[in-house]
Ligand binder design. Structure first.
Ligand SMILES: NC(=O)c1ccc[n+]([C@@H]2O[C@H](COP(=O)([O-])OP(=O)(O)OC[C@H]3O[C@@H](n4cnc5c(N)ncnc54)[C@H](O)[C@@H]3O)[C@@H](O)[C@H]2O)c1
Length: 308
């Protein structure tokens, strides 16, 4: 298969590239290199099975050149702003990187007859809800620009599917951790503790509790998706969850640090737009025969260990 990974130089994109190349695919990565690093893909440069384009996915002329040079069987759309806190200060960041990237890719797929897309969506589309989140949970009211841009992307994917016969798999990821992290609590805590191993600032009250999936489990889930006619929406996740305070404890343990003074900034949410607690209903993805191998705590511990 010929596949395009938009956002392929990012944290998840690099792991997905490894898995798709191992599976015998020809992989094209396109990325603006805002967070991602080309060095992680250097081992593939020069290989007949891999190409890399440094570009803004919103540059439709450039996308036309890429689509014309390769005939894609599937597009993995991972390009987005992943710095949700930064996006909170400037709504145009998520409008451009999280939403317009989707529209631009959909337009290119329509022009060049590419028919399958896996879209990296998120729990943030559900907003701040405390019930078990099911794919058909309604009244979706995102509380961050990021969540809004992902939900708007899902809507455009739905319309392009109906209008152009696109087969799309919208996979709603929870928090994802593993080697090569570019953001998130594990990444932040390690960076802060490297600077000052005596104390750690923790955003919020530390009681935020969410499921963390290990990146190889998520990549397995992405590869086990089907592409029937229309749009399939699927939560991918783990049944367990980890509090932010527990993440701090695990990171300190893995760094061999004792008696670190935790300083909480306070409040239930870590930052404006943060959903402090959620859990997925996973019956749909489990029925496909996929199940995460790592619990949430195991995922966090392994990610911390391999990030040191
Ligand atoms: N990591 C998580 O916890 C998590 C959770 C839910 C959803 N997701 C989604 O999964 C996808 C991958 O996330 P990640 O953690 O690997 O993030 P990441 O930031 O490491 O990767 C995203 C990549 O997209 C690229 N990008 C951003 N805007 C672009 C643009 N305009 N043109 C071209 N490239 C652009 C960045 O340079 C980056 O390399 C994203 O869509 C993200 O929203 C991630």
């Amino acid at each position: 298969m010929n596949v395009l990974i938009a956002g392929g130089a990012g944290f998840i994109g690099c792991h997905l590239t490894d898995a798709l190349i191992d599976a015998g695919c020809k992989v094209v990565c396109a990325d603006i290199l805002r967070f991602g690093g080309r060095e992680k893909l250097e081992k593939y440069l020069g290989s007949a099975d891999f190409s890399f384009y440094e570009t803004d996915i919103c540059d439709e002329r450039r996308l036309d050149e890429i689509f014309a040079a390769h005939s894609f069987d599937r597009v993995y759309h991972l390009a987005a702003n992943s710095d949700i806190q930064k996006g909170g200060g400037d709504p145009s960041i998520d409008f451009h990187d999280t939403f317009l990237t989707t529209v631009s890719l959909l337009n290119a797929m329509r022009r060049h007859g590419a028919r399958e897309m896996l879209f990296a969506s998120t729990s943030a589309v559900y907003g701040d809800k405390r019930e078990l989140l099911k794919e058909d949970t309604g009244d979706l009211r995102p509380i961050s620009y990021y969540g809004a841009a992902k939900l708007a992307s899902e809507s455009f994917i739905s319309a392009y599917s109906a209008m152009n016969g696109l087969r799309a798999c919208v996979t709603r990821f929870p928090n994802v951790v593993g080697p090569g992290l570019t953001h998130g609590a594990v990444y932040d805590f390690i960076a802060k503790l490297r600077k000052d191993p005596a104390k750690l600032e923790i955003l919020g009250d530390g009681k935020q509790e969410k499921p963390y999936i290990y990146v190889s489990d998520l990549v397995d889930a992405m590869l086990s998706m089907n592409y029937p006619e229309g749009v399939t929406v699927c939560n991918a996740g783990v049944e367990t969850a980890t509090t932010v305070r527990r993440i701090a404890d695990i990171v300190c343990e893995e760094m061999g640090l004792d008696n670190v003074e935790y300083r909480f900034t306070g409040g239930a949410a870590g930052w404006p737009g943060d959903v402090p607690k959620f859990q997925y209903d996973l019956s749909k993805i489990h029925a496909l025969g996929w199940r995460a191998k790592h619990t949430s705590d195991e995922a966090v511990r392994l990610a911390a260990r391999l990030s040191l």
